[in-house]
Design a protein around this ligand. Sequence first.
Ligand SMILES: [Zn+2]
Length: 564
Amino acid sequence: MTPDRRSFLLAGGAAVASLVVPEVALADAPADAAKFIADHEREIRPLEISAGLAWWNANTTGKDDDFKKKEDAQNKIDEALSKRDKFATLKALKTAGEKGELKDPLVKRQIDLLYLAYLEKQVDADLLKRITAKANSVEQQFNVFRAKVDGKEMPDSEVRSVLKSSADSAIRQKVWEASKLVGKAVEADLRELVGYRNDAAKKLGFANFHALQLALSEQTGDELVKLFDELDALTKEPFSAAKTEIDERLAAKCGVKVEDLAPWHYFDPFFQESPAVFKADLDAPFAGADILKLCEDFYAGIGLPVADVLARSDLKEKPGKSPHAFCTDIDREGDVRVLANIKPNEYWMGTMLHELGHAVYSSKNIPKKLPYVLRAEAHILATEGVAMQFERFSKSRAWLARMGVCVDSPDFESAAAKVQRNQLLIFSRWCQVMLRFEKGMYENPGQDLNRLWWDLVEQYQQVKRPKGRNAPDYASKIHICSAPVYYHNYMMGQLFASQVHHALSKELGTNPNQTIYIGNKAVGDFMKKKVFEPGRTYDWKGLTKFATGEDLSPKAFALDFQGK
Ligand SMILES: [Zn+2]
């Protein structure tokens, strides 16, 4: 995951009603647009490069000084984008574009995207301060909160470990209930935060914060709900079948009847991950594998070489370094790097395939002839989708065998396929709850949110609410505070991954279930031509159609993960 790379594309259409923006008269729309774009690039580009470098340095060294530099650069970018007079000019340019006065489609597209980037920063400064302070206060409460069980404090890791391993239902219940008390602690603050966020959105002319956030990334609530309804219809049965099998094992483990299973019987506090109830040693084949070489050979073989990326990257554990993984495009001129902490196991094989998927979908393969503003991935869901498309091979026996990785266990294939399928089905149901809850909460914050949360959990995750429970359990999920209106993009990335894989398989004339790309330069050609080269000239809908011939849909995803 690369949360820092969030793109701020903009959607046209939303009228800015309440925000007072002076009228700007344009002398010559095309010339004014060209000047605006050139000025923007001159001012913002060096700041973005220095923010990118400082971010890279901070994460590889852990030095406060670098974190400070990154923050300073970010503040300067925000300040530049918040200027009211510039926004007024942009608004006039956008209107000129809508009237057909900007003939060059690339210029019009840049103006539309810049409009969204500047719009986001037009939030009233006092209100923004209150939002930031409130969000920080909620995050801090999450940081210091410890579940208390029988008078003893329990760190989050211990909560997770009890839920993963205990066979005692009474202890599970106690720990789960204690962990949910953070929701009660932050409930009032979160409600205030939701109110402030809605106020900010309304001042910018939107119905609520959910609608604003979606508009900033060229999405609407209605189209997402339609897509997620289709996803629900196509995955309900396979999910139920997988859950029945999981529930039988969970019940047996804890010595209870299946009908008596409660939320605390799952292995994490929200049932967002697949409980590890099936025997599957996925790590064994990787014990002696050279993950870096496998990645380098694989990507070179499909015509998307990454040797230069790996040479610039920071890939081994060291003190002070971030324990996570990400990929970053520093200058949109090919300086692309990956941060990772590789160990010889399946997790890091998948993660490296994933991060290098981001790396090939970058200025390495987006042509320089595209203007700076358009020289990036079309949308967060598209780059996550490409990363996921490649990541999936770490669980394919056929792929590993062809890459020369020895897979001894005859059960690897079925175990890995089952883990993958269960994870994705369970994650898709969890995303249904998150999308619909946040939409409902921002649209109508005064409703009974405790009830809305459990209604959705029962409907989509098929987990029963504990009898008589009336608590703000939604507020115990930190993402609702700190990464709002975001989860759905990961799910849509999975849909994009499947759909592109199917389109590519069709082009290659192969069965999608057996298409493993190895050594086939046509794979790189397709990805470059159909996915990477357009950059941001299309929005996510346009890119999906251009790459696959169809609108984004859950059909290919359902085909990939419904079978046994
Ligand atoms: Zn990612």
